[in-house]
Design a protein around this ligand. Structure first.
Ligand SMILES: Cc1ncc(COP(=O)(O)O)c(C=O)c1O
Length: 446
């Protein structure tokens, strides 16, 4: 086992550290619990990677995957053919996103693919309509949009960009409405939202609106540290985009299936984007799959095009994979019948209250924030200067939480929580208690 692990290079990891500090190998999972190869069982407060919304024991999804493998394990969806399961999913998904007026689905193999697809289709949409200079993208600092070159170019976090530059020309970033740290020194969420929206408008004017294809944002920023914009922010962005002919892409790879307590992040803020990027929980994490949803306002430009400019010369071997489509169909049925968005809202409130209590108790917590079942604790070594807690101390906290029965995600100086949406109140308490113990362990050794 050890030899095997040491031959693995992992995402978002320095390969050198794998030799000295091998990763935990998870060998089993049930409900919201995972078990490692040392037979240590913990509650998975990461929910796989924001994606196992229904937990690890959702039998109807497993059955649907097995059945599809038996019936027809693969067929392509390139020009002229597709599969019946793929077609059915496109119908079900356009219903699922009916409130956002999504009218077509383009299938992908994951979140980065979904973002890449949306960015490409945004440029193409303007070209098809003869608005040929619109190629630029604007996005939020701290936003995360995957790791393909397009997505990484609109990513707003230097950490994910620095080692792979140069990126696409024409990508610009504005401040995100992060009350704990922002260049305006503004901690009022509504006022900050307004300042960030003004910055967007300023950027559009300075770049010239007729060169900008799209603005892309996560309705709630996830990997950047669970940053929840004020409810006025995304509607203001929608309005600005409309006034300047710019498409609004909602990157809902984390938020599309109930995690915020609403079924989609755009719905949470009462916004209709032009496109939505989805993946992750669409198959409950059981099969790599994604969908870029295309809003009704874009459809006619492509479908009525006669000169070839509307042809989509983009796609993946596994676009519309029937096993993924079967998994997605079963997942959507389960999501609805179990009404987990509602549970995410209720348990999320309890989790937020628990974390706020920890903030009162532990001097390490600079900020506790979140919505639904996506939360973050931002840890600092000094509450006044907000100096980020160092890597070694973060590792101590993460390990102590794990020893106390809960897996959390340590990302920079954030403890990120994104458990399954089937969580109970007892599970919430267990998460809060384990973090409490993890922070006590840090205090003891400081
Ligand atoms: C908002 C967002 N967009 C895109 C991605 C990329 O998805 P994937 O890792 O499936 O390529 C992620 C992954 O975490 C994400 O959170």
């Amino acid at each position: 086992m050890q030899t095997e692990l040491q031959k693995l290079w992992q995402p978002m990891t320095h390969p050198g550290t794998v030799q000295a500090d091998p990763p935990k190998a998870i060998k089993a999972a049930e409900g919201v619990f995972i078990t490692d190869t040392n037979d240590h069982t913990v509650l998975d407060a990461v929910g796989g990677l924001w994606n196992v919304n229904l937990g690890y024991s959702c039998q109807p999804i497993k059955d649907a995957i097995i059945q599809q493998l038996q019936d027809m394990p693969y067929y392509s969806s390139f020009r002229g053919v597709t599969t019946d399961t793929t077609l059915e999913l496109s119908r079900v998904l356009t219903d699922w996103f009916g409130e956002e007026k999504m009218a077509r689905a383009f299938f992908t193999s994951g979140g980065s693919d979904s973002v890449e697809t949306a960015l490409r289709l945004a440029r193409q949409y303007h070209k098809v309509r003869g608005d040929k200079d619109r190629y630029k993208f604007i996005s939020l600092k701290k936003g995360y949009h995957g790791t393909h070159f397009g997505g990484a170019s609109v990513n707003g976090n230097g950490k994910f960009r620095r080692n792979y530059e140069p990126y696409l020309p024409g990508c610009f970033h504005i401040s995100c409405p992060w009350t704990y740290r922002n260049p305006f020194d503004e901690d009022d969420p509504a006022r900050l939202a307004q300042l960030c929206a003004q910055q967007l408008e300023d950027e559009i004017v300075s770049e010239s609106a007729d060169t900008i294809a799209a603005f892309i944002m996560e309705p709630v920023l996830g990997a950047g540290g669970v940053i929840v914009p004020h409810s006025s922010f995304m509607p203001m962005v929608r309005d600005i985009c409309d006034r300047h002919g710019i498409l609004l892409i909602a990157d809902e790879v984390i938020t599309a299936f109930g995690r915020t307590g609403a079924w989609t992040g755009s719905r949470l803020w009462d916004v209709r984007p032009d496109m939505m990027c989805t993946a992750k929980a669409i198959t409950n994490g059981y099969f790599p799959f994604g969908a870029t949803m295309i809003g009704e306002g874009l459809v006619d430009a492509f479908e009525s095009n006669k000169d070839g400019a509307g042809e989509i010369n983009h796609g993946y071997t596994y676009s519309g994979h029937p096993v993924g489509a079967a998994a997605a169909l079963a997942t959507l049925t389960q999501l609805k019948t179990t009404d987990v968005a509602n549970n995410a809202g209720a348990r999320g409130k309890e989790l937020g209250e628990g974390l706020a209590r920890l903030k009162e108790k532990h001097r390490w917590i600079g900020d506790a924030r979140g919505i639904g079942l996506m939360h973050a604790l931002e840890l600092v070594s000094d509450l006044d200067t907000k100096k980020a807690l160092d890597k070694k101390s973060m590792a101590v906290v993460g390990e102590a939480i794990y020893e106390n029965g809960v897996m959390v995600r340590i990302s920079g100086n954030n403890v990120i929580l994104s458990p399954a949406l089937i969580l109970t109140d007892e599970h919430v308490q267990r998460i809060v208690d384990a973090i409490d113990a993890g922070l006590d362990a840090l205090t003891q050794q400081a």
